[in-house]
Design a binder for this molecule. Sequence first.
Ligand code: NAI
Length: 725
Amino acid sequence: MTKQTYQTLNVHCDDAGVLRIVIDVPGRPLNVINADVMNELDAAITDLEARKDVKLVVFKSGKESGFFAGADVSIIESISNKSQAEQLLVAGQRLFARIEKLAVPTLAVIHGPCLGGGLELALACDYRIARDNSSTKLGLPEIKLGLIPGWGGTQRLTRLIGLKHSLQMILKGLHVSAQAASSIGLVDKAIAPDRWRDELLEVINHLLHGDELHSVFAIGRGVKNRLQANEFVRQQIVAIAERSIAKQAVHFPALSSAIKAISESFENDDRGYETERAEFKKLLFTPACRNLLRLFFAKERSRQLKTWVTDHSQLLHQDPIRRLGVIGGGVMGAGIAHCAATRGYPSTIKEANKMTADAARNRVDQLVNEYAEHKGMDREQSERLKSAVMVSESMADLSDASCVIEAIVERMDVKKSVLRDLESSIGKSAVIATNTSALSVSEMASVLRYPKRFAGLHFFNPVSRMELVEVIRGDQTSDATIAKLVGFVKSLGKTPIVTKDSPGFLVNRILFPYLGEAVLMVQQGFDVKTIDDEMRTFGMPMGPLRLLDKVGLDVALHVAGTLQQMMPAAGTISTILGDFVGRGDLGCKSGSGFYRYGGKRPKPRSGRKLVSYFVQPPASIDFIEDGLTDIQRRLVYPMLLEATRCLAEGVVESEWAIDLGMVLGTGFAPQLGGPMQVIHEIGHAHFNANLARLALQLGERFETYEPVRAVNGQDTSLMKQGELL
Ligand code: NAI
């Protein structure tokens, strides 16, 4: 038995010749590949190459949390030039190539996350086995950072699982479970947790005896479509992939780069690896990649309690939320209870009466059925999930909840009355939250005896898919309440942003001036399709009018009313939306809004069917070049302006929170980094100058309180040269 200890690795070889390299990066909850891991792996492999007594090398993690989260993203972000990038890429590619070429068999033993550089390491091994439980996931998510795998992932994954699966995994940044990985040939065996130790030893024994795993377990690396050996077929698959990403690739250059590198993986030389490095280097310095990296770190920050509460250390140890109460089992209440159940929280929904309680039960059951189908759950599992959500008509049934979320109709008087009743039915230590979209949290708290325990918890619709949750701090909300809710949001796998209590909070407040401007443009005769197409070209996932139809024009009308005090044009917008609602045109849910639904695709509507009267469009004027078309500028600037107002008023304290909130809450073009980042791109002076022109052209809604200033007082645009205004 020999043993060698590094900072991040333990290497020991037993008498049978099994050398285990156990990776355990200190001070990290999950292993990440950083310079220390690379250097020490390099040293361990050098040592191994000289040894004659080793018969099998096993790579595994020393952490129960998982194998590898990936490469350390802060190292990627700190690379300042292409030659530094090349060094890092070459070092990784060489190291993994040496592992691949070791004379003895190599096995990666995977549990938990095995992502990015971690999977690239596993791919360099001869064999992979994975523990088959819910935390195990394998993937190459680099595309989500605007990058591609750079340590051979595009090459080895494709050779192992074939072009089709590889393109799917890399282009979408998908991760797969142990079972799915086994079915596509990414791992040689998925082992159930209760048989993990025994079967792992069995695998090791086979390998020590020189057996090939895939023949022993009759498993298929042959899953790879044989046809893909044919170059013509490969070309066809690549051509289909290219067509499918053509539109998105304008915004996400990494998609084309990935296809380029992947399609060279069948060459019998190093060309594919060279292409992978070249494309990675090109991508790393694109604005899209820099913005996606910035958002990655913003998300990391938002998930740390210390970001939101100053005296956080004691609060980390307070009792977490264990049981949930939800008042109102409508769209949002049912969604919240279902989402909490999937994360292990039992909950009780309190409804108004028997009929609405039955409707709430059906809603939850329906959500669970869809979820179970998506996750491939059996009947027993889905029934267990359903039984985690109780539905009741009695407030008394919420008495043992440690957090109650109110999700009833958006009316202050009704919410106040329900909250007053609730407080007398629950314990003093329970936290109370409201899912209001825009009403004042502080005003609601005024009816409570213990207002410190009350805050807003604004989930977005649909709850299961939307990652953002705004946590709203009322005037009297305590840090302890914020800490509990932030912890709860994180435990649901979502991202919290704590905001001040102000109408529309952060996301709706910034979004609605944009949606409202689109409505005003329709009244001025702008074409529905043109408006939406322009914003899709800007990078939004859908145009503002389609989004309004999705939100529901009745809901939008209500929000416009709530935001009246901050939106000078809210009156006109409400009138136009009111006409729609009056005619029963509520958007998707009624079959018509700005679009007509029911056919294969929504059809944009036009002319008199949309508005009862048109007004003259504004006279065109010249703007300073800012990379936007006139239509885009008119729609994007309201968001940018409102974002600066939110910052000035302290709705949130940092620009990154605005950017992250808008990207996660509305799908604001992530490759552009969010509204504040767009202002930086345009330059503050250009932005102010164009705002002034928009105010002249379109009125006071484009007026700033005062010129928007650059952070750190640095303003790099031409305004300084006295060229504008
Ligand atoms: P909904 O109309 O679908 O559901 C409201 C539910 O509350 C109904 O099932 C109703 O029976 C129940 N209810 C009414 N009074 C009650 C009472 N006194 N006791 C118990 N239950 C009662 O409404 P939705 O859409 O779920 O909205 C709920 C809240 O969430 C509102 O404040 C809304 O502004 C907010 N919200 C809605 C979003 C959406 O997209 N629908 C998004 C984010 C927030």
